[in-house]
Write a protein that binds this ligand. Structure first.
Ligand code: 2PG
Length: 402
């Protein structure tokens, strides 16, 4: 039986970009190690969740790990909260929150210029209103989690993220009658938060420095704690997660993974790629399955920066230099969780390249790892096919039938 190393470059898939000579970031990147693994492995295209679906990182990671989101997904919020170390209790409603910039009632930046630290802002918003506790914890850049705790709370409330700039700021609405109280108490919180954030020293300083203020908190992905069997129970695998992204850490925590902390791992494009990959290699000594998530490719895609996306791929590739040595004992798979084309600035339903490499594998004829090359590879699969393939290539599958 072999170990399994699954490396997910978030938002990896792309479309040809004029700035890169009509190539995708993967096609334009110098990436000898990814190409080596593709050449010495089997490749193909993977559609996250299903063909043509514009999945979020939450639903795609769940399905890659074999948790069908149609069965287990209750919303993004609970995973963001768990990933930030909040002990979610049954009955709590959790949201993903964005610190955003607003001018004259309109959203000018959904990410407040990818603000570096919102800890003080989050702290200033914590409160209790009408017997409901508002717990807010800062994540990486503009991201945060909001948890509301109290009796009779419902997650059937609408989001307040317009997902587009120049849109009016929003309040939440109940999506069913039992959510009326929840919606009204959240709106009291949001109105109060606007006042606090607009007068906050941090924002006054940001404006003085010519930076956009983080003066709005937008919420989405309402959900309650999901019920999921552990990864160990599903597959008999002891698993670890190496990711600086709270959402991914939250999903892994929910699945019972060991969540590793790595020096220099930021969850941003400036993460220490060498440390991330070597922590994963170390973790293979004590775990059967290691999940790595590299977030920079997705950030570059959202920010429409193809050169940055190429750079993230090249840095990841350089850090992967030593992985060739593991192929006798390990199945290595590399893919994305969805496409975030720089020309589109958001997730699309385009399929993502996948490679699976290990010694003794029957190789296909693909020698380079990019969207077009792997279309000639062996597999056209969805994310729900990944775990069965990894179990099979690592000689861990159970026989189906006698
Ligand atoms: O968290 C993120 O990186 C993205 C989703 O991939 O969300 P947002 O667009 O709100 O930044």
């Amino acid at each position: 039986m072999k170990k399994i190393l699954l490396i997910i470059l978030d938002g990896l898939g792309d479309r040809p970009n004029r700035a890169l000579g009509n190539k995708t970031a993967l096609q334009a990147a110098f990436k000898p190690n990814l190409d080596y693994l593709a050449d010495n492995g089997v490749t193909g295209l993977m559609s996250p969740v299903g063909f043509g679906i514009r999945s979020g990182s939450d639903t795609s990671h769940l399905s890659i790990l074999g948790y069908n989101p149609r069965e287990y997904y209750t919303g993004r919020g609970p995973f963001e909260a768990l990933g930030l170390g909040i002990d979610l209790q049954p009955g709590d409603v959790a949201f993903r929150a964005n610190f955003a910039s607003v001018e004259n009632g309109r959203v000018t930046d959904r990410r407040a210029g990818r603000i570096k630290d919102t800890t003080e802002l989050s702290r200033s918003l914590e409160t209790e209103i009408d017997g409901v506790k508002f717990i807010i914890k800062s994540g990486v850049e503009h991201r945060a989690a909001l948890v509301i705790r109290g009796p009779n709370l419902s997650d059937r409330v609408s989001e307040t993220d317009p997902h587009a700039i120049n849109s009016d700021i929003m309040l939440t609405k109940p999506l069913s009658p039992e959510a009326e109280f929840t919606s009204s108490v959240i709106n009291k919180f949001l109105i109060r938060s606007r006042e606090i954030l607009n007068n906050h020293e941090v924002n006054k300083k940001r404006i003085q420095n010519g930076e956009k203020p983080a003066n709005e908190i937008m919420i989405r992905g309402a959900g309650k704690l999901p019920e999921m069997p552990s990864f160990e129970k599903l597959y008999g695998l002891k698993a670890a997660c190496v990711s600086g992204t709270p959402l991914i850490r939250g999903i892994a925590r929910m699945a019972g993974f060991d969540i590793l902390n790595v020096s220099g791992m930021t969850g941003r494009t400036d993460t220490n790629y060498e440390n991330v990959i070597s922590a994963a290699v170390d973790a293979l000594k004590t775990h059967d399955f290691v999940l790595v998530n590299i977030k920079g490719t997705d950030i570059a895609g959202h920010d429409r920066k193809p050169e940055l996306k190429r750079e993230v791929i090249e840095k990841t590739d350089r850090a992967m230099e030593g992985l060739k040595k593991l192929l006798d004992t390990t199945v290595i798979a590399v893919t994305g969780d969805h496409s975030t084309p720089c020309s589109f600035g958001d997730h699309t339903g385009d399929p993502v390249p996948i490679l699976i490499s290990t010694s003794g594998i029957t190789r296909d004829y693909v020698k380079t790892f990019d969207e077009a090359s792997v279309s000639l590879g062996y597999y056209k699969i969805t994310s729900l096919d990944i775990m069965p393939l990894l179990l099979s290539y690592s000689d861990r599958s159970e026989k189906y039938g006698a």
